[in-house]
Design a binder for this molecule. Sequence first.
Ligand SMILES: NC(=O)c1ccc[n+]([C@@H]2O[C@H](COP(=O)([O-])OP(=O)(O)OC[C@H]3O[C@@H](n4cnc5c(N)ncnc54)[C@H](OP(=O)(O)O)[C@@H]3O)[C@@H](O)[C@H]2O)c1
Length: 231
Amino acid sequence: MKGKHVLLTGGTGGLGLGVTPVVLSLGAEVTIPYIQAQEVERLKSLISPADFARIRFVATNLNDEEAVERLINDLPRVDVLIHLVGGFAMGKTHEYSFENWKRDFDLNLNTTFLVCKHSLRRMLENGYGRIVTVGSKGAVQPSGQLAAYCASKAGVVALTQAIAEETKDTNITANTVLPSVIDTPSNREAMGTDNVDKWVKPESLAQVICFLASEAAKDIRGAAIPVYGDI
Ligand SMILES: NC(=O)c1ccc[n+]([C@@H]2O[C@H](COP(=O)([O-])OP(=O)(O)OC[C@H]3O[C@@H](n4cnc5c(N)ncnc54)[C@H](OP(=O)(O)O)[C@@H]3O)[C@@H](O)[C@H]2O)c1
């Protein structure tokens, strides 16, 4: 990825703490849209000042199409889109509010649509692109009390595979990874550390993501790769 322009959404989140240093180590120019400034500070405390200085941070709500369009138009190029943004919430379907259902689709599926749509536009102009999105094990093996999360992540997989079909015969690829439980600070806080050895390390997921984002993965289109660790 040396010299490539990478749009890395969610780069300050739990998974991002593992993915961002790996992307930087590969020599990419990195732009990270964010909402919470304290998450930028958390990332800053974990990487070298020299690496931190190489990241362009842009406050952007990825559910706002005008803001996404502005963010992406302001980039010199979008060679690689790594879209980590997403999140989950639990609740039984018969008790789940429509507001929360829509919020989960906004966070997981609608952000993916907006960043893919506008990145693709730039990639098609440039004749090159790598798109890597993040689904979830729940997208292909749905669990109870996670209907909105699983349905919205299934949508992320379908959207990514549809883009892969649309970009056949170009040097643009689109693939997705399906993590199980990731070893993030939030998961440690919520679930304790008893099973942490079974969880997927962000750095391990980063290797899979960065391979899919590399020139070497030019023939992989529409893959949904399970990255389950021992779960
Ligand atoms: N953690 C797991 O065990 C697990 C398992 C399977 C799949 N996944 C998937 O892996 C991905 C990363 O998860 P994670 O644990 O790293 O989540 P996280 O810690 O909650 O990070 C999510 C990131 O998304 C950003 N974000 C959220 N809404 C945004 C918006 N509207 N505009 C711009 N940025 C926004 C957040 O930025 P701010 O904090 O600045 O708002 C944060 O950096 C997600 O897609 C998740 O569904 C996670």
